[in-house]
Write a protein that binds this ligand. Sequence first.
Ligand code: UDP
Ligand code: LCN
Length: 810
Amino acid sequence: MEAPKLVKLPSMRERVEDTLSAHRNELVSLLSRYVAQGKGILQPHHLIDELDNIVCDDAGKKKLGDGPFGEILKSAQEAIVLPPFVAIAVRPRPGVWEYVRVNVYELSVDQLTVAEYLRFKEELVDGHNDDPYVLELDFEPFNATFPRPTRSSSIGNGVQFLNRHLSSNMFRNKESLEPLLDFLRAHKHKGHVLMLNDRIQRISRLDSALAKAEDHLSKLPPDTPYSEFEYTLQGMGFERGWGDTAARVLEMMHLLSDILQAPDPSTLETFLGRIPMVSNVVILSIHGYFGQANVLGLPDTGGQIVYILDQVRALENEMIMRIKQQGLNITPRILIVTRLIPDAKGTSCNQRLERVSGCEYTHILRVPFRTEHGILQKWISRFDVWPYLETFAQDSASEIAAELQGAPDLIIGNYSDGNLVASLLAYKMGVTQCTIAHALEKTKYPDSDIYWKKFEDKYHFSCQFTADLLAMNNSDFIITSTYQEIAGTKNTVGQYESHKAFTLPGLYRVVHGIDVFDPKFNIVSPGADDCIYFPYSNKEKRLTSLHDSIEKLLYDPKQNDEHIGILKDHSKPIIFSMARLDQVKNITGLVESYGKNPKLREIANLVVVAGSIDVKLSNDREEIAEIEKMHSLIKQYNLDGHIRWIAAQTNRARNGELYRYIADKRGIFVQPAFYEAFGLTVVEAMACGLPTFVTCHGGPSEIIEDGISGFLIDPYHPDKAAELMADFFQKCNEDPSYWVKISEASLRRIHEKYTWKIYSERLMTLAGVYGFWKYVSKLERRETRRYLEMFYILKFRDLVKSVPLAVDGP
Ligand code: UDP
Ligand code: LCN
């Protein structure tokens, strides 16, 4: 039989050249239309839309659209037009990019490297620049030899990949197992040896000791407590940490024997996940009002806080259970380190230490922002915190050490500020670091990289994007809530992916910022607290005692700071939305699209819980603009009688019941954001069984399967979104079982994928596995860390100096 021929795929340049010879006229017409728009950036829909406008017959358009150039256009993410050139950034699949540039006057084509493409893009801002020396940030050389998967579908399964790859290397022969032995022998808690003692010095000895111990244990009743065979095992070389009963120790020993004989990645993961490695955790969440009451909905104070408070409860339970099953007598500790705000506005944010309710061993530890002028009294926006963070990290380090009487085993950073401080602490203490972004602002603000100077005064993105790069590269592992957060979808770019290559003209150029194929990425999705967010149909748990106050909130005719607007017809179902009143949340967009659609106004009422109603009660610049817009929309569309605007609600239990109350009335929840990183309200509403309509931009589109467990809407096409909601209500009027069908599918979806139990098990396992690999392999990434340190000192610190310090006072 003839061997199959290997066919070389044509390069991007070849594909454009082929099209130029096959469809010269059509392509020239198309490219000329791009160039005619003048200098600027074209978005994917501009590129595709122009296909329809070229001057040629339909067959010609079709040929061009279906041919190799059409393929390029379909996967193009942006084009830079600088007449006579058009440069296109093409993304054939998630995480993979190519760049091509056409000179439309000369009909010549170049394939560009990423640096060349970015240099070309910079001309948009700075004009042509001949300087060959522009600071380039490039992590590629450090990671070149580092294993990584190649399939886009493997992105986000880092730990599985690592286990498979590293275990096959590590278990080539018995000698290569020595690092595992060292790791088990080095294991200590506060000076007490765990797992193995000095009697076991070699792998051969470990093999025989395991056989002896297994033999001994198998003769004992399975529930024999550890203390009864502790001394026998100690004599053989084993210390505490293997389990609390004979059965559990035996199971652990079987796992290790299996690994020594025929290593298999999933056995390795189970074994490493069970080794006692994490009993002290520090979680950093710096900006906003971090408290347990009266804080939600305040500026910069939303899902991240809910996430962390739910996370620590789940994590503490998981740690207690694991420590018990490991047969140890250790008290776990979790510290949430945040900013102390002396001017706490009626919250507990001015207290140094606060126990987290529902937890025994978890506390919020607050450390103030300090400068040479003293302690900052007031809240400041998350965009302005940069000048305070280095001192905050130093002060926190001493506070943490005093609280824990030592170093933590794991440091988890949250958001750009928390992740930067986590990097500083983890580096200094040599501790495993986990990064959680919650939201990477670069994706929320289009072109905030190339035009960073325009954003600088208000947002200081130069500091934030630099901090993000430092943290994501310093971190041992990164947890994301969805796949899209890392690598987007077939057609959209992921939040982390957008840090792969970008430029901040005049500052530096990132040619390789982060690789989404890096095995440090893991998807571990959060859930919603099931004591608060449970199905509306769960009659026994329902908080009916709150219905009076909920009805007041919705229908009380009084107009005050807490609610305005009247709902004339109480029998109508409610369209509900709740979010911080940020521009990007687009609550005003929802109000406008509702106002414009008579069918929707007729069929349902609109209720929004968001921000403050009185501008005087806000000191957040974005919120103030949105408050004014809300008032003017209500007037413009004459919405009184149809809309109720309720100020931010801080009572979580009542908010939970509110979702259910709206479900009783066969309403819906809407998340209309221009971009939402994940969207906890989406999970909350769905967990209550409320059919949910979510933005197609960002995480929510992954939570909901469109048309099955909810619906996707495009905030950039608000009329269509309003139409979709109106159709839904109409369909439910005709067939009430339709509402129930969507509601049930939402509940199923949450139960299967978004729970805190699944989350905490996964997180603890990841901490163990990454901790292990960091110890035994090059995963420590020392070269990268030194490079990062230099960048921090030489670049970041200078950038920070440009952010003004806040001034206390009115
Ligand atoms: N939330 C609230 N009251 C409000 C607004 C929001 O309790 O007035 C809660 C909401 O229930 C959710 C969180 O704040 O738990 C918002 O999280 P999400 O992920 O939706 O958005 P974020 O604010 O983090 O961007
Ligand atoms: C921040 C956001 O903007 C939301 O999209 C997330 O749901 C929240 O944090 C929790 O991760």
